[in-house]
Ligand binder design. Sequence first.
Ligand code: NAP
Length: 251
Amino acid sequence: MRAADGVVLVTGGSRGIGAATCVLAAGQGYAVGVNYLQDATAARRVIEQIGALGGRAVAIQGDASAEPDVPRLFDTLQEAFGPVTALVNNAGVLDRQARVEAIGAARLRRVLETNVVGPFLCAAEAVRRMSTRHGGAGGVIVNVSSRAAVLGSPGEYVDYAMSKGALDTLTVGLAKEVAAEGIRVNAVRPGIIDTAIHASGGEPGRAARLGPGLPLGRAGTPEEVAEAIVWLLSGASSFVTGAFIDVGGGR
Ligand code: NAP
């Protein structure tokens, strides 16, 4: 693998899939912005792990769905390592398993804020900085969607699945909008991955329960998703845009 010299912002980079992406990207030479919302200790752990590999990273607190925070995430990373060349829209939330008729507007708005408004605002900021139309040098955006966008998550969280469907549409539309401006936009759709997100759904053991029923016979790991994300970040995927990689173990 050749050494990369990009500067990548990973939203929600302190835990789970985001953390694995930060570590893998840093190991390949990227300078990494490890964004987190509240768990500073987890972010510090990722920074230490990257430091031990000889990599470069900075922890950046901020709400990736809050309009005033978004430019600051990019500015902080740029001050540390130079202009941002890549964005991984990874931050995402789900709420407790419930049927549609039990889901109210407050929950729906929270899920859509983080999973749709956030990636949209971050992608817009990335385009303002990276597009050749605005004097930038081009770049890459990877959206972390979900197989839920296709499967719908009935009986669990249709609101979450719907938010990932919107993220898929952003991927398709933005990819075409900025293709001639030096920016590629793609998405990964992880299936059931063993992270702490399932605890927010009220079932910390969900990956262990459902993993054996998948075609590959187990849940995935954050590192397996990171491999697909970092490939999409890299020059190895230079002719790929508006595309989706399913990392779902066959489901
Ligand atoms: P996770 O372990 O729960 O980690 C979530 C990360 O997002 C944390 O670093 C958290 O930071 C951060 N975060 C949450 N809201 C944020 C906000 N508003 N601004 C900035 N950071 C925020 O989640 P995960 O399982 O790794 O999931 C990562 C992505 O993969 C999500 O988009 C998720 O929907 C998607 N995905 C996951 C699975 C799966 O099975 N795990 C499957 C399909 C798709 P703090 O800890 O500081 O709050």
